[in-house]
Design a protein around this ligand. Structure first.
Ligand code: HEC
Length: 149
């Protein structure tokens, strides 16, 4: 039996070459994954603050109860933040910003995401004006006691 001639061989695919374009694409994909990972880790990190609860006025105490019932699922206990929403006892909100009107507007109209990466705040329509007033009193007493107001 003859040894097969070199030319009888089924031609193989040409040797693979590391094309610079592929390496470039791979690096692009890896750096995208790294940046996205960092962004995701940052986004998923709960942002919480410590806050002293002062001796509250009766109105503030009523507001505290309402706050911890209606708002703490996102804003954390006493407004100290959670995985789902920002702390309100935070320098972002110092010096009367958002102030009483801003708090009322946030509750009545909801908030489009603008300061943080938590997404939008839905309006909280089932709170009457008196309850909203108590919640504002609570937040402002907290902000004042924590030197943010
Ligand atoms: C479902 C989650 C959620 C609930 C419940 C919620 N909030 Fe918010 N709230 C947010 C998020 C998220 C933001 C931040 C939006 C941004 O600026 O990116 C926010 C922002 C705010 C702001 C700042 C508004 C501004 O102008 O920057 C105030 C004040 C506020 N919330 C008050 C409240 C009060 C009071 C309640 C309860 C009656 C409440 N929130 C309930 C998620 C929530």
């Amino acid at each position: 039996m003859n040894k097969p001639e070199k030319n009888d061989r089924i031609p193989l695919a040409p040797p693979r070459q590391r094309s610079p374009v592929r390496i470039f694409i791979a690096m692009g994909v890896l750096s995208f994954a790294a940046v996205w990972g960092l962004y995701y880790a940052h986004r998923a990190t709960p942002l919480t603050t410590r806050a002293a609860v002062p001796h509250l006025t009766p109105e503030g105490r009523r507001g505290q109860r309402l706050f911890n019932e209606k708002c703490a699922s996102c804003h954390g206990p006493n407004g100290t933040g959670s995985r789902a929403g920002p702390p309100l006892i935070h320098p972002m909100y110092r010096l009367g910003h958002p102030g009483g009107d801003g708090i009322r507007r946030a509750i009545v109209q909801g908030v489009a995401p603008h300061h943080w990466n938590f997404g939008a705040m839905p309006a909280q329509p089932d709170l009457g004006a008196q309850n909203i007033g108590a919640i504002i009193a609570f937040i402002q007493e907290m902000q004042r006691a924590n030197h943010l107001y």
